[in-house]
Design a protein around this ligand. Structure first.
Ligand code: NOJ
Length: 761
């Protein structure tokens, strides 16, 4: 009997372990990732391979139109069958564990899911919107900010962020400029590199790092008339010289995923574009990570008019190199048939799956699929002080001082009556901006709170007419108040009595972001009227702008003595703004995007081409490139930003004015702090290729350095220039450096005129 029981128990054990042992457990662990990927691939059925290429939205949050497959039961069924390779919008250790457990414990092969989320500027604690961060021009701070976001998101179960957005854009109407680094390919490339490094670190198997995504490949920032998702038609020169460089930079940082984009590029949807995905990205650039589609973008090839139905859309996307289908549910429905019908090659499916599995191995998910699911770590890290401090530091560095006539700023900390005016001044939600991840609504420090916490002035607050009707949210259009003037006269009377008026005006947090293009770039609603009414009674105004894009505020720039660009600065917004207004932090930001005078100038950018008729001939003749009703010049140029101190540039010198192939020269310039306060300056180097085989921009940023100077202190700033800074891509995508004359400009913004000539021979 005893022997019988032992035999029975052993048999049972054998049965159980056989039953629950995944075939994947036969894969050797001590071999390279590539051989583990191959061994796993060899075990997979075609259905399971296609499953890896399928990404579903979770059951908790939606960041696009209603999911194609809203039916949770069906998604769970697919999960159990191993037909899901990734999920997005699943957050928090408990939720991630729930879906991961199904993938790992209930599917035949137990392949873990990769969990993606839009961690765009933080997770639970928000840092400034990415455009604001770009205004810091501070590469260490930007990297640190991405590191903090990765730390917090990874502690909540996230493996993968859909950031950074590296789309260059010159069009402030486009709501998504808030999500990028602005208009310049060089600055954009430097920032793209840092953001990827910040998210991914150097070792992806560390649980505090997450995979980054370079998006949206490609051209999305050039959507016609700034309307989101609109057509993109650009020539190869723009594609290679303006759009591609930041994507290349993410590859230098070893970015592991790309996301394609919603737009057509010269007629072909990016999602179904094999030139972009196969020829350039995976071919020329040798990218070995994977490409995820944008939300439903495979299905959107039907309305684009290039696919007759979902099956054809899946065929086009897979053949063009889109490896993973985000929420179109078309791969999982059609790819198996398409392979069987010979319309999609199984070798292409294998290639896509190999790419996806490679990343899962790199993340260490096969060693421990729950390595990001530690509830204790989640409790300790999410919302911790360390992350809040970094967010405050980043917010201070992102602020740009646009105007400070008569040194109205900084404000004294006591003895003044300050009228604080505007809906946005007490708004605890708008500073969070768009793309909020898991932040609590209304959790930012408002300007009112920030000012009250610093100094001993008497702060009197009047809202003025409300900016927004109702409570805006992510999926709903913001309703701007255009006719209710309640509160206007109270604000004006309060301003009349005050020593100084601080007006916080601009955009609600949901007026920028995805699908939030604007046709007008002025102050929304009744804010312009409020500003002008207050100005009539008290001109001692500090205008604090809170916005997600450059605004056309020509009247304010002409009338208001002090203007501070404070963007949407995230969780610590009010503290950062108060510290700048009171001079505890001397502002150092520089604009990463040109501010237009009016919407008619848009797209407007500093690195434009000269045209054949660039200047006014001066003899009253009309035939030159200009507007008859507006200057050509912007309101505030790219790279511009003031400080509470001032800087002077002198002694520009080149080690030689000749540069030959393979050589280097050194440019030096002496920068002096001529003001009374310690301050930080971003020294910028621009280059113009005077004559080339294709018309080149009037200047291009090619380097920058940040220095901090005590009052009276000078520093010699040096740049090394090689042919790398002088070349460009031809219209055929070939890199060339042509001989001839170049002009080098150095200074504190893109209009600087200290210059020297360099000849490349
Ligand atoms: C659509 C956006 O274009 C993309 O950037 C984002 O990552 C996805 N939705 C997922 O939310």
């Amino acid at each position: 009997m005893k022997y019988f029981s032992i035999a029975f128990v052993s048999l049972l054990f054998l049965f159980v372990s056989f039953r629950f042992q995944h075939p994947t457990s036969t894969i050797q662990k001590d071999v390279s990732i590539e051989s583990r990927v191959d061994s796993l691939l060899a075990l997979m059925t075609l259905e399971e391979k296609v499953g890896q290429m399928n990404q579903y939205n979770g059951f908790w949050e939606v960041t696009g139109p209603a999911p194609q497959d809203g039916d949770a039961a069906r998604k769970y069924e697919h999960l159990r069958k191993g037909w899901v390779g990734s999920m997005l919008n699943v957050t928090g250790v408990e939720n991630v564990r729930t879906v991961q457990r199904i993938a790992v414990e209930e599917t035949r092969l137990g392949i873990p899911l990769i969990i993606g989320y839009d961690v765009i500027h933080g997770f639970k604690t928000l840092s400034p919107i990415p455009l604001a961060e770009a205004a810091s021009w501070d590469m260490n701070a930007i990297r640190k900010s991405a590191e903090m976001a990765a730390l917090e998101a990874s502690a909540a179960g996230i493996h993968w962020t859909f950031a950074p957005m590296v789309d260059v854009s010159r069009d402030a109407r486009w709501g998504r400029v808030m999500e990028g680094a602005g208009e310049d390919p060089y600055l954009g490339s430097r920032i793209a590199f840092e953001r990827v490094k910040g998210f991914q670190g150097d070792d992806l198997s560390q649980p505090h790092t997450i995979i980054a995504t370079a998006k949206h490949f490609a051209g999305y920032g050039f959507s016609e008339s700034g309307r989101d998702y609109n057509t993109v038609d650009v020539g190869t020169s723009t594609l290679y010289n303006e759009i591609f460089p930041p994507f290349r930079a993410t590859l230098d940082a070893n970015v592991r995923t790309f996301m394609n984009s919603f737009n057509v590029l010269n007629g072909i949807p990016a999602t179904g574009n094999s030139f972009l995905q196969r020829e350039i990205l995976k071919g020329k650039w040798e990218f070995d990570g994977f490409v995820v589609s944008d939300w439903g973008s495979i299905a959107e090839m039907i309305p684009h008019g290039v696919a007759r139905d979902g099956k054809q859309a899946a065929q086009i996307a897979a053949n063009a190199g889109s490896d993973m289908d985000m929420e179109s549910v078309l791969y999982v429905e059609h790819l198996v048939d398409l392979v069987r019908e010979g319309k999609v090659k199984e070798s292409d499916i294998d290639d896509a799956v190999r790419r996806i599995l490679r990343i899962k191995f790199e993340l260490g998910l096969f060693e421990d699929p729950y390595r990001y699911c530690d509830p204790e770590r989640e409790r300790d890290i999410v919302g911790s002080d360390q992350i809040k401090r970094a967010s405050l530091d980043m917010a201070q560095k992102s602020i740009v001082l646009l105007k400070n006539e008569g040194n109205l700023l900084p404000l004294p900390k006591k003895g003044k009556t300050i009228a604080l005016i505007g809906s946005l001044a007490k708004d605890k939600d708008s500073p969070l901006g768009s793309w909020r991840a898991m932040v609590e609504p209304n959790s930012a420090v408002s300007v009112l709170e920030g000012l009250n916490a610093l100094g001993e002035n008497e702060i009197r607050y009047a809202e003025g007419p409300v900016l927004v009707e109702g409570t805006p949210n992510f999926a709903i259009e913001v309703k701007i108040n255009t006719d209710n003037r309640d509160g206007l006269s109270e604000a004006v009377s309060m301003a009349k009595e005050a020593d100084v008026v601080v007006m916080v005006l601009g955009e609600n947090g949901f007026q920028s972001g995805e699908a939030r293009s604007r046709a007008d770039l002025g102050l929304p609603g009744l804010q312009q009227e409020l500003l002008e009414e207050v100005y009539k009674v008290n001109q001692n105004i500090v205008l604090v702008l809170m916005n997600g894009r450059p605004l056309a505020i020509e009247w304010a720039a002409n009338h208001i003595p002090a203007i501070v660009e404070a963007w949407h600065l995230g969780s610590e917004s009010g503290h950062a703004i108060a510290s700048v207004l009171h001079g505890d932090y001397n502002p150092s930001g520089k604009l990463p995007m040109t501010f237009p005078r009016n919407v008619g100038q848009v797209p407007i950018y500093y690195n434009y081409k000269n045209t054949g008729r660039p200047t006014n001939p001066g003899n009253n003749v009309v035939f030159w490139s200009h507007y008859i009703d507006s200057p050509n010049e912007p309101l505030f140029p790219f790279g511009y930003g003031l400080s509470y101190t001032s800087f002077e540039y002198q002694d520009l010198k080149l080690s030689s004015d000749r540069l030959s192939k393979g050589g280097e020269i050194e440019l030096s310039v002496l920068v002096k702090n001529t003001g009374k306060l310690k301050g930080k300056e971003t020294v910028q180097l621009y280059i113009r290729d005077m004559v080339a085989s294709i018309s080149r921009p009037v200047r291009e940023l090619k380097g920058f350095q940040q220095i901090e100077l005590e009052p009276g202190e000078s520093k010699l700033v040096k740049f090394t220039i090689s042919e790398q800074s002088l070349g460009f891509y031809t219209n055929f995508g070939d890199w060339v450096v042509e001989g001839g004359q170049f002009k080098l400009f150095v200074g504190g913004d893109s209009t600087c005129d200290l210059n020297a000539d360099l000849y490349f021979e």
